[in-house]
Write a protein that binds this ligand. Sequence first.
Ligand code: ATP
Ligand code: AMO
Length: 432
Amino acid sequence: WRRTHYSKEVVAEMNEQEVTLMGWVHSIRALGKLAFVILRDREGTIQIVVPKQKVSEETFEIAKKLGKEDVVAVKGKVVASEKAPNGFEIIPIEIRVLTKSNAPLPLDPAEKVPADIDTRLDHRFLDIRRPKIQALFKIRAEMLKSVRKTFDETGFIEVNTPKLVASATEGGTELFPISYFEKEAFLGQSPQLYKQMMMAGGFDRVFEIAQIFRAEEHNTRRHLNEAVSIDMEMSFSDEYDAMDVLEKVVYNCYKDIAENKADEIETLGINFEVPDKKFAKLTYSDAVDIANGKGIELEWGEDLSRAAEKAVGDEMGGLYFITEWPTVTRPFYTMPYENDNTICKAFDLMHKELEITSGAQRVHKYDLLVENITKMGMNPEGFGTYLEAFEYGMPPHAGFGLGADRFAMILAQEENIRECVLFPRDRQRLTP
Ligand code: ATP
Ligand code: AMO
């Protein structure tokens, strides 16, 4: 047997047509001479009606004995019926049980009130069978598809860089050390150094969508220890060019999801609005003023605290950039302004109080880069051929890292980043 249709593809107009459906038993109700089976597949659910008089004795016996989450194939006839939920029902010709499920279930995908998040993540494969969760991950997949499309249309080349690395790139977050034969090595925190080397390689515009690893000690609803980062780097460009590309990438995701994932949005029960094409811009100094104005203590030069991010997020709402950051708050590779090197050409893209992207124009001058590395207490010798790339013709360049999991969280309007990752890695969780 081969599946002929997904549940969603069957309509009343197919009256009398034979179809083969495959999926899981979402629920089963067996009355004396009648059984109702709700079959669930990737695209939804469909009702199979099994009247004793209209099916073979064997089919009726099989139907009656079905259990929740058994995997079945049903060959049946579409019968238009005014009484049925969608104007038709399926009367089976034959039912095959492909696999029985054990009972009771540790988590019931048909349950209206879901279990707590830890139980759900422990039995994630069952949780993923729930239509809401399927909808969420289809939206996430549409996001990644849209991102690739926008990068492709704007001349970016997709690259893959190593995740087993020899050094840190992002100060302020810890590295995961690993044993790499006789050498010291780490899991990559960011493709930062590699994407910059691609600029020295003459690629002009590159992007990468890949895992980043960060030994964040704290347990929050917006941090993971393994996240997916959408990174890009572009040559002969400054931070404003990078912000323009980011606006396109983000806006197109909203647009594509609104256009192509209307059913999933409905399943999630959210009010999904496409933002304006251009996002507001605010300087770091303005952000400090807003926070101070709301009674939050914050000195110019400090990174924005959670309280400050909340205050600014309340004031701004939606999507907005924060630009012109104090140089001391950003990594060594960030380009300071020529006329005032206390501020730099860095930006963050925020959604309300959540940072979803960091980016900047980079230092492309060798001497300044070495000076910055040294000033931040690191040894330039540890940077190997990264620094060499700046000695033989490095173009001016800019780029950003957009957190895919955080962006998915915003798009699906979820409060906890773990909801948007199939198998999240946090302080407590290393399995499944
Ligand atoms: P990035 O790591 O790229 O800067 P982020 O959004 O992860 O971006 P953090 O720097 O981790 O931001 O955190 C932003 C602010 O929130 C920092 O001031 C940090 O000290 C604070 N913060 C982080 N985690 C917690 C926590 N669990 N409780 C309170 N404050 C926190
Ligand atoms: P940054 O460290 O700000 O910048 O990271 C970029 C974006 O990645 C996401 N992110 C995370 N998401 C979930 N859990 C985490 N622990 C986590 N850490 C980061 C956030 C963040 O905005 N090299 C620079 C980017 C660049 O300048 O191009 C960088 O890594 O959404």
